[in-house]
Design a protein. Structure first.
Length: 189
């Protein structure tokens, strides 16, 4: 076999190893872990994957969060944040949440009617139900509103899963970094 033929075979073997490395379970796991970490960072920064800040909350929602000692959007119990996970499906990595309201938080909602289902009425506090004291904002007593139905104004989208510049840099490092080079280092071209 000629020198050119040997070089061609050697390059072909290298490309097969690169392709195998790109679809290896450890590499795909690293991609999934990076996607989850980036989504969690979006909650911390209160911004979408592309870096744009999330829209502000409405006044009564802000007041309710402050009264509960919370300050971040999308984090009341932490359940949504903890639900973000990934799954490797063959050669595909899927990052997401299994919570239905995660979709609404991510995509937003249109204005809609909410009706009481189990009880006779919906119960919620309005902005006037909050008072400021020396300890800060707190929920006033007895200032609850009861309704059989409400017209919800909708919720602005607050995307938290996706590939933005920060995650793209991380993925570039994973795909072109040590993991890939270690996979092909065994045998050069």
């Amino acid at each position: 076999m000629s020198g050119i033929g040997q070089a061609k075979n050697s390059w072909n073997r290298l490309f097969v190893r690169i392709d195998d490395a790109m679809h290896s379970r450890p590499l795909l796991e690293a991609v999934g872990q990076a996607g989850v970490a980036d989504s969690e960072e979006n909650f911390e920064r209160q911004s979408s994957p592309d870096g744009r800040p999330w829209p502000s909350l409405r006044l009564n929602t802000k007041m309710a969060k402050v009264a509960r000692g919370k300050s971040k959007m999308g984090i009341v119990t932490g359940r949504l944040l903890r639900s973000i996970t990934y799954r490797v499906l063959g050669s595909i990595v899927a990052v997401g949440t299994n919570l239905l309201y995660g979709y609404w938080f991510h995509k937003g909602t249109k204005p809609h009617v909410i009706k009481a289902k189990k009880g006779k009425a919906l119960r919620f506090a309005v902005a006037e139900s909050f008072v400021h004291s020396a300890r800060g904002w707190r929920q006033g007593r007895g200032n609850w509103v009861f309704r059989k139905k409400v017209n919800h104004p909708g919720q602005a989208a607050r995307p938290f899963i996706g590939i933005g510049p920060r995650l793209a840099r991380t993925l570039r490092g994973i795909l072109l970094g040590d993991r890939l080079f270690n996979a092909v280092r065994k045998e050069g071209p």
